[in-house]
Design a protein around this ligand. Structure first.
Ligand code: FAD
Length: 578
């Protein structure tokens, strides 16, 4: 297993613990994009003296590929008719009417010359959760599979995944969990989504889930428990060590390698080869910078979404100005754009997000942060204000779903969470690490502290009169035990009046964009007209249509259940075409 050593799970550079620095659990080596290192570097607090390692020790992002000279003969050889039409039209400044303009149109439309070709039965793009499931399914059935992965090792976002949803698994049988109603689970999820998601896709995912987890068990995937996670039913199958980097990725990678899958790391897929409206391969830039066309009867794209591309994210009306990407590397919009250029239908108007609130500069969700992630759900007695010093929500709203936490803040220019000393004392609960983090926040200026409401307003840069009005109004609701504006439960209505006062400037930590391309029930990409694109499959979160704008996590581990299910279903369908 190249680049994968589970005995060394500590980032050698930031020396963080594996539970807090899972990016490096994948490589076991210092990683240029370790969350902590990136944050320190951004803040300018990582200096030469704290960096004990030479830069050579750091695995850099895949080298920027030198622009290819447009070689018309190579280009004609390399791409099929549909791609050619689109590319030539784009060169002439006149894209075909049916073709959408991808966000990064130039990069996609650039026709790629080809330095060489290879053949296989099925080519898979992405060696994360869904790509590995597809690779194992296809290769064990005898297909010749090439799996290209842009990063130096397999894993993707799956390395950080805690577990997977299932009903009817052997683990549940052993625990005596046998009375779950699949219909009730699906109904609840569809109702939570206001019926704006794909019903049949839920039926497939839920009904296949037990067999899928049994299949994972048969392939050596290791779990530590089946529990309810943040829900009410015991459906969450928790990976060993609470992360896919330990429980899922190494075992599925080994199964795929044992079955003969040819993994190509540091290899970026750039263009789908289209021939007579069918996908017949993919053009990749390999480790050495060569452009290779891999011909196959089917292409399965398992690329994990575009959350790293904030231009795309901001199209969902999310103010990304102060946001930070904290997901795994390798999730820009290259794959999305490549699929749109191949004629696939856009789903980004419905993209849902795995996203949390954070106080910039303080330890984040994966680093045991007291004021990041938790602050959105664990301080319902606080007051949330926007840049106009207005409340805008019942501060207890995200109790029903932690993934709602950032949603009402999306359009805000600035969001502050306010606590007075009495509230903060409850929140800190006497924890020394919380005190340390608070002091760091005060020192960096992301947490403001003042003895009066007026001074706090000035420190936060909001109108002092407006804030005084908001506080007065809120305190009157506390006295009346009735939040006349947002209906916050009386038990969380706490008078804001014990100085000093604190304002926590919170911004989104963006982890995963879920849903970017529309697919049919076999996970074939579809065109704008709704027709399936033969030979082209989009699986995992890139092709997920189970969420529409909101990541409803009532079915704990549902995204990962979809990763495995979509990977397997697409592989089976691709096998039927051989
Ligand atoms: C920290 C974290 C925790 C999560 N926890 C859970 C959980 O507990 N339960 C749950 O259900 N879901 C969870 N999710 C959500 C979701 O299940 C994961 O994001 C999961 O990794 C998605 O699987 P995937 O196969 O779609 O993408 P990934 O696992 O991210 O794999 C995509 C792969 O494709 C590669 N790639 C991308 N573009 C290209 C390209 N152009 N060429 C070649 N390779 C490319 C990437 O480098 C990556 O390795 C979590 C996500 C994160 C980030």
């Amino acid at each position: 297993m190249p680049g994968y050593d589970t005995s060394e799970l500590v980032c050698l550079r930031c020396r963080d613990e594996r539970t807090r620095c899972f990016l490096n659990a994948v490589s076991g080596r210092p990683y240029a994009r370790c969350v902590k290192i990136r944050r320190l570097a951004k803040e300018g607090t990582m200096t030469e003296s704290t960096n004990e390692f030479e830069t050579d020790d750091i695995i850099e992002e895949p080298a920027v590929v030198a622009p290819h000279t447009i070689d018309r003969r190579g280009f004609l050889r390399g791409v099929g008719a549909t791609a050619l039409l689109g590319s030539l039209a784009a060169l002439g400044g006149c894209a075909p009417a049916a073709q959408k303009e991808p966000a990064n149109a130039e990069a996609v439309a650039e026709p790629l010359s080809v330095d060489g070709t290879e053949d296989c039965d099925i080519v898979i793009v992405g060696a994360g959760g869904s790509g590995l499931a597809a690779a194992v399914e296809a290769s064990e059935a005898g297909a010749r599979v090439i799996c290209v992965e842009r990063e130096a090792a397999a894993g993707g976002g799956e390395a950080g995944v805690e577990g997977i949803f299932a009903v009817g698994s052997r683990m549940q049988e052993q625990e005596g969990v046998t009375n779950l109603s699949t219909g009730a689970l699906i109904r609840r999820e569809l109702e939570a989504a206001q019926q704006r998601v794909n019903g049949p896709r839920y039926v497939d995912m839920v009904h296949n889930s037990g067999e899928n987890v049994n299949w994972l068990l048969d392939h050596g995937v290791t779990f530590m428990s089946v529990d309810a996670d943040n829900g009410t039913e015991k459906v969450f199958h928790r990976f060993e060590d609470d992360k896919g980097a330990v429980g899922y990725v190494p075992h599925m990678l080994k199964a795929a390698e044992d079955a003969g899958v040819d993994f190509r790391y540091n290899t970026l897929a750039k263009q789908i080869v289209m021939t007579d409206g069918k996908a017949t391969g993919v053009i990749v830039i390999d480790e050495g910078g060569k452009s290779i066309q891999i011909n196959a009867s089917s292409v399965i794209v398992a690329t994990g979404g575009f959350a790293e591309d904030f231009e795309m994210v901001s199209k969902n009306d999310i103010n990304t100005e102060d946001a930070v990407y904290v997901g795994m590397p390798g999730h820009d919009a290259t794959a999305h754009n490549m699929l749109i250029a191949a004629g696939a239908k856009d789903y980004t108007q419905n993209t849902a997000y795995l996203m949390a609130l954070a106080v910039r500069g303080l330890p984040g969700y994966f680093e045991g942060g007291k004021f990041s992630f938790l602050i959105g759900v664990a301080a319902p007695y606080s007051i949330w204000i926007n840049e106009n010093a207005e409340r805008f929500v019942n501060e207890n709203f995200s109790q029903v779903n932690a993934m709602l936490m950032t949603v009402p803040t999306w359009p805000n220019k600035k969001t502050h969470i306010l606590m007075d000393q009495a509230m903060l004392d409850i929140y800190m609960n006497g924890e020394q690490s919380a005190v340390d983090q608070l002091n760091d926040g005060l020192a960096s200026g992301e947490v403001l502290k003042a003895d009066t409401v007026e001074a706090l307003a000035q420190a936060m840069g909001v109108d002092a009169t407006a804030l005084a009005d908001t506080v007065e109004r809120y305190n009157s609701y506390c006295a009346a035990k009735d939040d006349a504006d947002y209906g916050k439960e009386a038990e969380f209505l706490m008078d804001f009046g014990t100085a000093p006062y604190y304002g926590f400037h919170v911004t989104p930590d963006v982890q995963v964009a879920i849903g970017s391309i529309q697919t049919d029930r076999n996970f074939n990409a579809i065109t704008d007209a709704g027709d399936s694109i033969e030979g082209l499959y989009v699986v995992g979160v890139e092709g997920a249509m189970l969420w529409s704008n909101i990541y409803t996590i009532n079915i704990a581990g549902g995204a990962n259940a979809n990763n495995v299910n979509s990977g397997r279903m697409a592989a089976k369908h691709a096998l039927s075409r051989l």
